[in-house]
Write a protein that binds this ligand. Structure first.
Ligand code: MN
Length: 250
């Protein structure tokens, strides 16, 4: 039972908390600096022009320096109100993977869940996307990955057909993904917005961004031309590495 003295103290503290609210809102005004972590924008692993002529340098610069940066900043803003959802040590090192939050989205506080889904997804997707491409990429996968893809799709050309259908069939903004399912089987998925396959328990090994910001400067409305050209920049070594790694755990 709360004593009368404790009740008065609680009431006073409540009043005190209310009285500082105007200061809190001042501190959160637009003039206040945005949180600089725990999530950080990874550098592009190559120059802006590395993927020319298939993806132009200006698109890469805006895509990485503005779009990906905005996902990171908005994710940091969202988690700033709920620091308890992140392990403190990793927060200090700035190395918390957004994947962990997405895999446990149902545990994320409701008031930031959509922001984490969109911006955590945007951060994870783009962090992967830069590595899924490289200068002098393209060609075809080899080894264990090629065998698995041929077993699933029939041939590399048939994979390309299904991949292209998924990328072109996505209405509006989103991604096409090549994923490893929980049982180890490959499949192609088309997901909207910044939804990452980990939301569905799948593990992404290849993804193409078909938001207009990924191609519009060079290709305008011709998404099909962008998707066709994109095969020339795929980093199959990275895809094969993710596949081999994932197969260890299924
Ligand atoms: Mn994008």
């Amino acid at each position: 039972m709360m004593t009368r003295r404790e009740a008065i103290r609680a009431a006073l503290l409540g009043g005190a908390a209310l009285s500082v609210l105007p200061h809190l809102s001042l501190a959160q005004s637009p003039a206040a600096p945005a949180p600089t972590g725990p999530f950080t924008l990874p550098p592009l692993p190559y120059g802006y022009d590395a993927l020319e002529p298939h993806i132009d340098a200006l698109t890469m610069q805006i895509h990485h320096d503005r779009h990906h940066k905005a996902y990171v900043e908005n994710l940091n803003k969202a988690v700033a109100s709920h620091p308890e959802i992140l392990p403190k040590q990793e927060m200090r090192r700035g190395e918390v993977p957004a994947q962990y939050l997405l895999e446990h989205l149902d545990k994320i506080p409701a008031d930031i869940r959509t922001a984490v889904r969109n911006n955590g997804g945007g951060h994870m997707n783009h962090s992967l996307f830069w590595q899924m491409m490289k200068k002098g990429g393209g060609g075809e996968p080899t080894g264990e990955l090629a065998a698995a893809m041929n077993g699933k799709f029939g041939s590399f050309d048939k994979f390309k057909d299904e991949w292209t259908r998924a990328a072109l069939g996505r209405f509006g903004s989103g991604w096409a993904w090549l994923v490893v399912n929980p049982g180890g089987a490959l499949s192609i998925e088309s997901l909207g917005n910044q939804d990452d396959p980990v939301l569905l328990g799948q593990y992404p090994i290849l993804g193409i961004d078909v938001w207009e910001h990924a191609y519009y400067l060079k290709y305008q409305n011709k998404r099909a031309d962008y998707v066709a050209a994109w095969f020339n920049v795929i980093n199959w070594d990275f895809v094969a590495d993710r596949y081999a790694h994932r197969k260890l755990y299924v």
